[in-house]
Write a protein that binds this ligand. Structure first.
Ligand SMILES: Cc1cc2nc3c(=O)[nH]c(=O)nc-3n(C[C@H](O)[C@H](O)[C@H](O)COP(=O)(O)OP(=O)(O)OC[C@H]3O[C@@H](n4cnc5c(N)ncnc54)[C@H](O)[C@@H]3O)c2cc1C
Length: 368
């Protein structure tokens, strides 16, 4: 039977490569599981994604519209629930169950909304169809047209992404985690097992396990784990709009974009999907396209112009399913390839890694 991690013996050492949302979330749960944890975070070979994110937690919006495998949908729903807990534990990270209103038009979007509502219901989540009159009552400032329709998803939530990143890092170091603002150069393997990490400052840090959570740069480690060659960059750009007072009560989604009213008053209009781009340049033409898509469903918001932009790289997985678990070498793990949903899936990923890694050492991560 698995035993608890024993506080009298030296803690097992885990090095995490990457301090984006996934590395920080995993750091949190691995510490709670009793490991000694060191996070390496420094500009990798590709820009990261977390600092650009909108912080939407939308498993229905993201997963129920398309052809997504059931376990991933369940993971998204579980993770949404875990964020409510984390929101209480981490302090002010802007967590709120804002819900999400999908806007569209009769004819072009009706069938998609009906299908999504049915799938949401099958997963026990609420989804309410809205007709034009009801939409106008939700927020008159949108000035939706007479043929507009909507689908409201009250269970969805959002956080302030950068506040969550800062809170997770502060909590990690307060709980005894080590933060190394340095690039992990090489993972050392000895006779089929992980030995540690080489970096340009401290040289070598011995580790019992290494978790690769380096976002799109995770593929840099494909020499040790060929599975990681399937990770690829997807550039995303979003526009920061001027504030709307009072702020919109809910997140809006529409064909090709979303508008997220954040707790600090900013409105984030996102986001482009540009596969295999490796730069983080902000292109005004892309921001203008996002704005045009917003105005097509909510003409009343036309005066809210992009003030500036943000860009980053998501880590995509060719089959759309993130890699969360052990790799071929003993002690080598990955948590990468979360695509558009790294924030949503972070608590789920972290719990799964902590539980499975503890079990791999014959231990129990969360004793009853
Ligand atoms: C515009 C945009 C909007 C988004 N909006 C949302 C959203 O609303 N909701 C949502 O759930 N997701 C959203 N995402 C997706 C989300 O941001 C990503 O899924 C998430 O950032 C993935 O986190 P990560 O920790 O895996 O990777 P990253 O955030 O890329 O972090 C990896 C880190 O590893 C570091 N690193 C790389 N190599 C090394 C090395 N050798 N040594 C040390 N450090 C290294 C990098 O510098 C980086 O800091 C959005 C993404 C973008 C671009």
């Amino acid at each position: 039977m698995a035993s608890e991690l024993d506080s009298t013996s030296p803690a097992l050492r885990v090095a995490i490569i990457g301090g984006g949302i996934i590395g920080r979330a995993c750091g949190r749960e691995l510490l709670r599981a009793g490991f000694r944890v060191r996070i390496y975070d420094q500009a990798g070979s590709l820009p990261g994604g977390s600092a650009s994110a909108a912080g939407l937690l939308g498993p229905v919006s993201e997963f129920l519209a398309g052809d997504i495998p059931d376990p991933l949908i369940a993971a998204g729903i579980e993770s949404l629930g875990l964020w409510a807990e984390w929101g209480r534990q981490l302090g002010d990270i802007g967590w709120r169950r804002a819900g999400c209103l999908h806007l569209g038009h009769l004819g072009s979007d009706e069938e998609r909304f009906t299908r999504m509502a049915a799938r949401a219901g099958a997963h026990g989540l609420a989804a309410q169809m809205q007709e034009a009159g009801a939409l106008r009552n939700i927020d008159r400032r949108l000035k939706t047209s007479a043929d507009a329709i909507g689908l409201f998803l009250p269970d969805e939530a959002e956080i302030h992404a950068n506040a969550a990143l800062a809170a997770l890092r502060a909590d990690f170091t307060a709980q005894g985690g080590e933060w190394a603002a340095v690039r992990a150069l090489r993972i050392e393997e000895r006779i089929g097992a992980i030995a540690g990490i080489h970096d340009p400052v401290d040289g070598f840090w011995a580790a019992d396990a290494v978790l690769i959570a380096a976002g799109a740069a995770s593929r840099d480690f494909a020499d040790l784990a060929p599975e990681l060659a399937a990770i690829y960059p997807i550039k995303g750009q979003l526009a920061v709009l001027g504030a709307l007072s009072p702020r919109l009560a809910t997140v809006l989604r529409f064909p090709g974009g979303y508008l997220a009213p954040k707790s600090d008053g900013t409105m984030l209009l996102g986001a482009s999907m540009e596969p295999d781009r490796t730069d983080a340049e902000i292109e005004p033409a892309i921001l203008a396209q996002l704005h045009a898509k917003l105005v097509a469903v909510a003409p009343g918001l036309a005066q809210l112009k992009p003030a500036h932009g943000r860009a980053g790289l998501r880590a995509g997985a060719r089959d759309g399913v993130p890699q969360i678990g052990p790799l071929g070498i003993r002690g080598l793990w990955a948590a990468a390839g979360h695509g558009r949903n790294g924030f949503l899936l972070a608590p789920f990923t972290a719990r799964r890694i902590a539980t499975a890694m503890a079990a791999s050492f014959g231990l129990r991560a969360y004793p009853d």
